[in-house]
Design a protein around this ligand. Structure first.
Ligand SMILES: [Fe+2]
Length: 187
C-alpha cells in the first residue's frame, strides 16, 4: 500500500500493543463464555481507550509518536459505526484501518484461549473455515473495512498463508484456499 519504512515500524508497535488496555477489563467480563449483557459489552468496549491511556504513558521515540492513536482506533469502522469515537474512514489513519482488517481476520481464523467477540457477536473458540473468514472481510469492505485495505490484504493472503503454513496454520486449514487463490504457490 506504499507505506514507508517508518510507518511500517509504527504499525508494528501499534499492532503488538493494540489490546494492552484489556488488562484493565475485569476477568469476569474478559473471560466470560457467552453473550455479554449491555453493561458488560460497554465495559469491554472501553479497552481501546484504556490502550490509549496506557500507551500515552510510554516514552515512544519521535518516529513512534503515532502508536497510541493508531492503536486506539483499531475497533473503528469506516462507516462511523465503530468505537470508541465513531470516526469515519476519512478521519482514520491508514494504520488503524489495516489493523481493523488484520485483527478481525486473526480473531476469525485463530484458536483463542478466551471467547472471541467480533462485530458484537460471541463466536466459537475454534477457527472458522478460511473461505468464510474471507467472505466476511469481502462483505464488510465499504462498511466496516476500507475497501483498498481489504483488496491489499487479499492480494497478500496466499503468500502469508504459505509463510505460516505448518506453524500458525495447519496445512489442511489453508491448502484449499492457497490453491484457489494462487494455484502456482503450492507444490
Ligand atoms: Fe481490541
Amino acid at each position: 500500500m506504499g507505506i514507508n519504512k517508518q510507518n511500517m515500524e509504527v504499525l508494528k508497535f501499534a499492532a503488538l500493543l493494540h489490546d494492552i488496555g484489556k488488562i484493565g477489563i475485569r476477568d469476569e467480563v474478559l473471560l466470560k463464555n457467552g453473550p455479554f449483557t449491555p453493561e458488560e459489552r460497554a465495559e469491554m468496549n472501553t479497552h481501546p481507550v484504556k490502550t490509549k491511556t496506557i500507551l500515552d504513558k510510554f516514552r515512544f521515540s519521535k518516529v513512534l509518536q503515532e502508536v497510541p492513536e493508531i492503536a486506539a482506533y483499531h475497533h473503528e469502522k469506516i462507516n462511523g459505526q465503530g468505537y470508541p469515537n465513531g470516526l469515519t474512514g476519512d478521519r482514520l489513519p491508514l494504520g488503524s484501518k489495516i489493523m481493523a482488517v488484520a485483527d478481525v481476520f486473526d480473531a476469525l481464523t485463530s484458536r483463542r484461549d478466551y471467547p472471541k467477540h467480533v462485530s458484537g457477536e460471541t463466536l466459537d473458540r475454534d477457527p472458522m473455515p478460511l473461505a468464510k473468514a474471507i467472505s466476511i472481510l469481502e462483505d464488510e469492505a465499504g462498511s466496516h473495512f476500507a475497501p483498498d485495505v481489504v483488496a491489499a490484504f487479499l492480494r497478500c493472503l496466499p503468500r502469508v498463508l504459505l509463510l505460516h503454513r505448518g506453524d500458525h496454520f495447519p496445512p489442511e486449514y489453508v491448502d484449499d484456499t492457497i490453491r484457489s487463490l494462487a494455484p502456482d504457490l503450492l507444490p
